[in-house]
Design a protein around this ligand. Structure first.
Ligand code: FE
Length: 334
């Protein structure tokens, strides 16, 4: 076709960075974690990134907005939150060769409704003074009477612990998980309370000897003048399941099915799952990038090597309601 001045003009008008050249993200993650990435994306593509940072209520908001939602994609942590968004029917399944290459199969939905970007392991913080080497090597060990009065943890109903219990169900069955929860409860030094870092503080203060927590909090504590002492009082141990690996969870992304800027959202998701972006993103929160041939920052690497459990996280999401029910039945927090 012969290009006339008017078609050129029309093309350039369309190409102008007008309303279409943006992408809207609903995020449960804090601005400082994703700003470097959204800036890099805009520099690379010219697409403007608008982020709504939410502390809670993402599902309610998406529900209320319906198909008129400005949201193109969501960014969050924990498989339970991703699964909640998927279960409500907000997402579109995507087949992306880029993301399927960048994200190992266990860290994405087989149907393509969500994709992981980074992982964190749920591990044991152990007192340097009161825990001997080899005393705890498996999650099953935590239910052993050896630990009576020595364990601290946050609420059993918190998403992080529900995911761990979901993994216990996967590896040891419902009855096995009930016994495990009962055993761990009997070993608690105090009622579940506070966040993961509060448990490490309790080890430092001598209230307990080991605690369950996510790996990245070690990095966060070391970076905080007051909390550094807590971190210095513990070792990071990577327990595994007797018939599996170390329990990990993810941060991840999902495409909203009514996305007004669908193409840009896919571009952004592919960018976020790229090995380079994963490494930057992981470094910002002391997490692990998940693409093949990527590495965490040296500090995180220094906590030790581990083999991640290879259960697909979708399986854990499926065990979630059973895990919550068991936690309530054994009155874990009581
Ligand atoms: Fe956290």
């Amino acid at each position: 076709m012969r290009r006339t001045f008017s078609t050129l003009l029309a093309a350039s008008t369309l190409a102008a960075p007008a309303i279409a050249d943006e992408v809207n993200i609903y995020s449960y993650r804090q601005p400082e974690l994703i700003k470097p990435l959204t800036d890099a994306f805009t520099t690379e593509t010219g697409v403007k990134v608008n982020v709504a940072y939410l502390a809670k209520g993402m599902i309610e908001r998406l529900k209320a907005e319906g198909d008129r939602s400005p949201a193109d994609m969501v960014l969050t942590v924990d498989i339970s939150r991703l699964a909640g968004i998927v279960d409500n029917g907000f997402t579109e399944a995507l087949t992306s060769d880029v993301m399927n290459t960048n994200v190992p199969a266990e860290y994405r939905d087989p149907e393509g409704h969500w994709f992981g970007v980074t992982t964190r392991a749920r591990i044991v913080y152990a007192s340097k003074e009161r825990v001997v080497e080899g005393e705890v090597t498996t999650y099953e060990d935590l239910a052993d009477p050896n630990w009576e009065g020595r364990i601290c943890t946050r609420s059993g109903t918190h998403a992080y612990n529900v995911a761990l219990t979901s993994a216990v169900i996967h590896h040891n069955g419902l009855e096995g998980a009930r016994e495990w929860l009962t055993g761990v409860k009997n070993n608690l030094a105090r009622k579940p309370q506070g966040n993961d870092r509060a448990q490490v503080k309790a080890i430092w203060a001598g209230e307990c000897d080991i605690a369950i927590g996510n790996t990245y909090y070690m990095g966060k504590m070391l970076a905080d003048p007051e909390q550094k002492e807590w971190a210095d009082s513990v070792d990071v141990l990577f327990p595994k399941f007797e018939n599996g690996g170390t329990h990990v969870n993810i941060s991840g992304v999902a495409l909203i099915k009514s996305a007004p800027n669908r193409d840009n959202a896919i571009k952004m998701m592919e960018f976020l799952t790229s090995p380079k972006a994963q490494e930057i993103y992981a470094a910002a929160n002391f997490e692990y990038p998940i693409a093949p041939n990527t590495a965490p920052v040296p500090l995180v690497k220094g906590w030790g090597e581990f083999t991640a459990d290879d259960v697909n996280l979708m399986t854990l999401a499926g065990n979630r309601s059973d895990a919550l029910k068991l936690t309530e039945e054994v009155d874990f927090d009581g």
